[in-house]
Structure formats: structure tokens, C-alpha cells
Design a protein. Structure first.
Lengths: 245, 436
């Protein structure tokens, strides 16, 4: 039985992952913004037979509260083995590219608040020489592209932060997992046209659980994105800048 | 909320439609949230075959985020869940606890909201009626407010919404009764029969002792063997049954088959082979419920075998009459046209009256089959079948329809006028606009 705290728990990917944790007997502490959705999820997990689940509604953009929130989760669970960070917001890329004021909340949610929460969890795990920090970055963070480089900047920065954290915590035996989903069919992406590259949240959740269990460093989900992103990364910048991506 | 125009298709992939997608994120949803004002239609898993789940040029409210269970009374068998929960998810939860769906259609990839909107039926209609018979209560969100509906509370809205094709408002959560079982097994018998008379004889003899009955028919067979097929009947297995359950691997149709792949020759060959798959008259065996109820669910995207043109399903019900004249006439028109497919199903409906104003099931015999969308010629054939169904006093199932005429619709559903008072003015569908 693992003690798992999930940030951004009502996101489609987090919810699907929470159900998998619950199904194998783990206990959960869920943090999310919308109290109505949170309580519905707690009810759902309870009906599905979850051994223990509690929740807290909080605005995670307020980084000053992170330490207290994590502390509350640890007290409630009687410890913590896994921290899954799943909150995110695509924002409005077009507005964000024209006006930094619109870019700031995207950076705040996807980068700054994520880094803050990972720091709090990492310090807790490091002191105990065990635990897992699993955070959802994105394939968008692998290379800046004109269609979503603000969101990509935030997710890319989170990825670099996690690399450093992994390096720092290696000797403490703490596992750091960077999760890079491709296109996922969720309410966050409802306005996008869907094609063959799109995956369901359940598929991503399976990959997250596997990544945590097998102590992987970085997972592309579904796996074929590792090939796509390899190609995207090796295109020389002189060529890449001319491409419409 | 940002919108973009997207192609939305139903299971038959005909007709095509374009709508804006608005995901319903939780049960606190209000119709007023939608701006600019436009007509909306709830959309679950899109397993309706025709255009009853489509809203071309308008908005569809996707309900798959309403996928939470709310409560499960394991003692009395009552389940409360949000309307976007699928039958597959429900079965995964309830079967290990000794409960089963009270009524289920031939696919488990439908939502509870959709089951109510189409008042779906299954192989146990003669015993248990439709899904609507087992609904205790639900919440309906309309442009004029939120309503708890049950047979005693807002009962008119309750009866309009069951079978109401999603037009009376958005169902957010549902409470319904489950059925107790001992294990996931079905004890079944398959009887190969040669004539339509035999079908009716076996039906009459089976309905008392078997909870589930259905028949696959060879829709290309004609003359003396018109309507020949395999009659399947089964019951939930008793407590002592023991059997190692081994479920087959899921298959998938990874791409559209070319449109010519299904033609009269391949269909004839398939139906012949399938009929003689069982050389003996009667076969008895026990199986898991999954292949018994959901044989096609094991082939992911099976609708692709009809190619990009899509297909139409035709399901009608005609009352029992002397010599089953109407169903015989329908079957012989189909076999003469040398079209149809391998998925022809014949079943008798029992006498339990439906609870919904627009519910399809009524006492008689129902036939369902697929036709590859061959255009003009097919539409002409289906129009002829409608005429026979009408003169017999029967009906065609809206959940499977993409082409019935206005006149046919009003003949099939005489309570439409009464129903139309309950249509939410902010709701509409491609189907509604076509048949009214």
C-alpha cells in the first residue's frame, strides 16, 4: 500500500491515475481547485472501493501555501510515498504571445507552482531517503514551436528542473519521474480537432503507473511520442525555424 | 470556453455532421453557461447509429467527464452515478459484488444518460422491459431550471425524458435498480432452426424458462428457409456453477475497409458459413457474460468494415399477427434485394408497456440489421420497409435511424405531440429537425 498525494487531482489524467492507485489498494490525498469536482471524485473513488481518500481544495498558484498543504497531506496519510503533480493549464497561447500579462498565468501554473510543489515534496522525501516525485511535463517542452511555445517554455523549464532534481536526489534513493504526454483527449483540449495521434487519459494513466513502478526517469506517453520527439529534437535549428509547427 | 468546429459522427458514420463541442465538466452545469445562445444536444459515447445523437451546425454537450459513481448500495442493489458513466464501467464495479445491469443492449460502450434517452432494451425485454423501467430517479438540467424526476416527482418530465432522445434537457445523474446474480456466467443454448415458423415456436416455448432470448438470422436466405438462423437463449448461472473464465483477446479493425469489400457475394458466403458453423441442432454451454451480451464489443471499431461510406441500421417492430405476415414480407424484400449483412437479429418483445412517451419497444417481433450505405437503392428499399411497418402498425427505432420520413415518424410515434411540450427550447438534434 502506497500513500499518494495528487496535485491537480480533478484533471482527466490525474483522475484516471487515481482510480488505478485506488484499485490496487493505495490511499490517496487529493488536491484540486474546484471543491465540487473534488468531492465528486472522492465519492467516486470511495464507491470503487478505495481504502482511504481525503481531499483539500486549494488554489495552487499561491506558492506560499504549498508547504502547509503538503504537510497536511502527510499528516492525513500518515506519511507519503508518491507525489503526483498533474495540474496544468494550456491558457490562451495567442493572447500570451502578444501580451506578457496573459503569458504570466501560464508560466505561474505550469512552471512556478509546479517547481514549488516539487521542491517541497523533494525535501520531504530526501530527508527520509525514499519516495517518488512524478510530474507531468509535456512533449511541448522538448522544443519551442510557434504554435505553443509559452506553454512549452513552462513545461520545458519544469523538465529541466526535474532533471536537476533527479541528479540531486539520486544518492538519496528518491525517484524522480518526468511524464511527457503527447496529445490527450481531455476537457483541456476539447476545442482541438482530434486525429490518429490523440490518446485517451486511461492510456496515459497506465503509462504513469508503469513509470512509477519501474522507476523510470522519463516517459513519453504513449511511447510512440519518443520517436516523434526524437525527430523533432534532431532537426537543425536553421531548418527548424523555417518550419510551420 | 473556446470552441472549434469539429466533425461529429455516430456509430453508423452516416450522416456526417459538424458541431461545436462543449464538454460538460461536472453536475453543476447550467444551460445558461453556453454563450452565445445556440441549440445544444447531449452526446455520450456516440453509439446511436444515425443522427439522433448529432446536432449539425449547433452544439453538442459531451458528457464523458460526468463519469463518477455517487453511491452503490451493495445490499439492495441500487446504483447512483453521473450520466456519462458507461455500462462497461458499471459492470466492472457491480459484477464482482453480485449484481448485474437490469437491462443491457448489445454493446456496453454506452452511457447511462444515453440508455435513458433511447430507453434501450435487451435480450430480456419479455421479462424486464426496457432500461427505463428500472430507473428510480434522475436530475434533469434544463434552460428553465434543475429538476429531480421520478415516477412520482415531475413525473411527466420523467416519462418524456425516458426515450426522449436527449431533447428534454441534460441528465446529470441517475439512480437505478440492479439485478442480483450469483456469478458472471450465463448458461445458454443455441438452437439452429430452418424456418420462420420454427422461430416463433421456439420463441413461444422459450420465454417462460429463459430470461434472455435472441436470434441471429440469415437475412439472405429466401423461400422455404426464409428467416432461418440460430436461436440463442440463456439464464444467469446458478450459485454452484464453476468454470475457468478465459476471455479472448480484443481485436480491432485498424482502418476503413474498402467500400467494395462487403458485397452480395461476400455477404452470402458469410451468412452461409455462419449458419452451418453449428452443424448440430442444439448446443448447450456456459460462458462468461461478455461474449453472450457483447459479441461485437470484442472487435474494436467494427463499424469500419463498412468502409468510409458508413452504414445504416434498420430496426423495426411489428405487432404479432396471423402468420407473421409483416415480418415475412420485410424479410423477403431484404433477401430479394441481396443486401443486408451478417448482423441480422430477430427477437420478440413482451407485453410490458414502455414508460417513455417516445419509447420504441412495444409488443411484437423486432428485426434489426445493418446495410452498407449504397445510396439511392438502399434508401428506396428502407422506404418500402417503412411502408410495410406502418401498415402493420409498427415502428422504427430512432436510435438507429438516419432517414425515416416525417410522415412515418408521426405514424410510428403517436404520442409525439404530447412529448413535444417537454422539449427544451434550447435543445435540438439533427434527427428532430429532420422528422418534424
Amino acid at each position: 500500500m502506497k500513500k499518494v498525494v495528487i496535485f491537480g487531482a480533478t484533471s482527466a489524467i490525474a483522475q484516471a491515475t487515481a482510480r488505478r492507485f485506488a484499485a490496487r489498494g493505495d490511499v490517496l490525498f487529493l488536491v484540486g481547485r474546484n471543491p465540487h469536482k473534488l468531492s465528486a471524485l472522492v465519492q467516486d473513488l470511495t464507491v470503487r472501493g478505495c481504502r482511504g481518500v481525503a481531499s483539500l481544495s486549494a488554489d495552487l498558484n499561491d506558492t506560499s501555501s504549498h508547504s502547509a498543504i503538503f504537510q497536511q497531506a502527510v499528516e492525513n496519510l500518515g506519511g507519503c510515498d508518491v507525489m503526483l503533480l498533474a495540474h496544468g493549464d494550456l491558457g490562451n497561447e495567442q493572447d500570451a504571445q502578444k501580451d506578457f500579462a496573459a503569458a504570466l498565468p501560464i508560466l505561474q501554473t505550469n512552471m512556478l507552482s509546479a517547481i514549488s510543489l516539487c521542491t517541497v515534496a523533494a525535501n520531504y522525501f530526501e530527508a527520509r531517503k525514499q519516495g517518488c516525485v512524478a510530474a507531468i511535463s509535456s512533449v511541448a517542452g522538448d522544443r519551442g514551436r510557434q504554435s505553443n511555445y509559452i506553454y512549452g517554455t513552462a513545461k520545458g523549464a519544469l523538465g529541466i528542473f526535474l532533471q536537476g532534481l533527479r541528479n540531486r536526489l539520486f544518492l538519496s534513493g528518491v525517484h524522480v519521474l518526468t511524464i511527457k504526454p503527447g496529445f490527450v483527449d481531455t476537457p483541456m483540449t476539447a476545442s482541438f480537432k482530434k486525429g490518429a495521434l490523440w490518446a485517451q487519459p486511461d492510456t496515459i494513466a497506465d503509462g504513469i503507473i508503469k513509470g512509477i513502478d519501474r522507476k523510470r526517469n522519463e516517459v513519453y506517453l504513449p511511447v510512440f511520442w519518443s520517436i516523434i520527439m526524437f525527430v523533432i529534437r534532431v532537426v537543425p535549428e536553421a531548418v527548424f525555424k523555417r518550419m510551420k509547427l | 470556453m473556446r470552441f472549434s468546429e469539429q466533425n461529429v459522427v455516430s456509430w453508423g458514420r452516416f450522416p456526417k455532421s459538424t458541431s461545436r463541442i462543449f464538454p460538460v465538466l461536472d453536475t453543476a452545469f447550467e444551460v445558461q453557461n453556453i454563450n452565445p445562445p445556440c441549440h445544444v444536444l447531449p452526446f455520450g459515447l456516440g453509439r446511436s447509429y444515425g443522427d439522433s445523437c448529432l446536432n449539425d451546425g449547433e452544439i453538442v454537450l459531451t458528457t464523458r467527464s460526468l463519469d463518477k459513481f455517487i453511491s452503490f448500495d451493495r445490499t439492495n442493489g441500487t446504483l447512483v452515478c453521473q450520466a456519462g458513466v458507461s455500462f462497461a464501467e458499471i459492470l466492472d464495479l457491480i459484477v464482482p459484488q453480485g449484481w448485474f445491469l437490469p437491462v443491457t443492449p448489445g454493446t456496453k460502450f454506452i452511457t447511462v444518460g444515453g440508455a435513458i434517452a433511447n430507453d434501450v432494451h435487451g435480450k430480456n425485454h419479455h421479462v424486464s422491459g426496457n432500461f427505463g423501467h428500472h430507473v428510480i430517479q434522475f436530475e434533469l438540467v434544463r434552460s428553465d431550471g434543475r429538476f429531480i424526476c421520478s415516477p412520482i416527482e415531475n413525473s411527466e418530465l420523467f416519462h418524456a425524458t425516458i426515450g426522449g432522445l436527449g431533447l428534454t434537457g441534460l441528465i446529470t445523474w441517475v439512480a437505478f435498480k440492479l439485478k442480483p446474480i450469483h456469478n458472471p456466467l450465463i448458461v445458454q443454448e443455441v438452437i439452429r432452426y430452418e424456418t420462420l415458423e420454427e422461430f416463433f415456436e421456439i420463441s413461444a416455448a422459450s420465454e417462460k424458462d429463459f430470461e434472455y432470448t435472441v436470434s441471429w438470422i440469415d437475412c439472405l436466405s429466401s423461400g422455404r428457409t426464409l428467416g432461418r438462423g440460430h436461436y440463442m437463449r440463456g439464464n444467469h448461472a446458478p450459485a454452484q456453477s464453476n468454470m475457468r473464465i478465459k476471455l479472448g483477446k480484443k481485436l480491432a479493425v485498424p482502418f476503413d475497409a474498402p467500400n467494395w469489400a462487403l458485397n452480395s457475394l461476400t455477404l452470402k458466403a458469410f451468412n452461409l458459413a455462419y449458419y452451418w458453423r453449428q452443424p448440430q441442432r442444439v448446443k448447450r454451454f456456459t460462458s462468461h457474460y461478455d461474449p453472450f451480451f457483447y459479441p461485437l464489443d470484442s472487435i474494436h471499431n467494427w463499424n469500419r468494415i463498412y468502409g468510409s461510406r458508413g452504414f445504416l441500421q434498420y430496426q423495426c417492430v411489428v405487432p404479432f399477427d396471423d402468420g407473421a405476415f409483416a415480418i415475412r414480407e420485410i424479410l423477403s424484400r431484404i433477401s430479394k434485394a441481396k443486401t443486408g449483412s451478417f448482423l441480422a437479429v430477430l427477437k420478440t418483445f413482451g407485453a410490458i408497456p414502455s414508460v417513455g412517451m417516445l419509447s420504441f419497444p412495444r409488443r411484437g417481433v423486432t428485426l434489426a440489421l445493418d446495410f452498407p450505405n449504397t445510396g439511392e437503392r438502399l434508401f428506396k428499399l428502407l422506404e418500402e420497409l417503412d411502408t410495410i411497418t406502418r401498415s402493420a402498425g409498427g415502428a422504427v427505432y430512432p436510435a438507429k435511424d438516419a432517414r425515416m420520413s416525417k410522415n412515418s415518424f408521426s405514424a410510428f410515434f403517436p404520442r409525439f405531440d404530447e412529448f413535444s411540450k417537454f422539449i427544451d427550447p434550447k435543445f435540438s438534434s439533427s434527427f428532430l429537425r429532420r422528422v418534424t
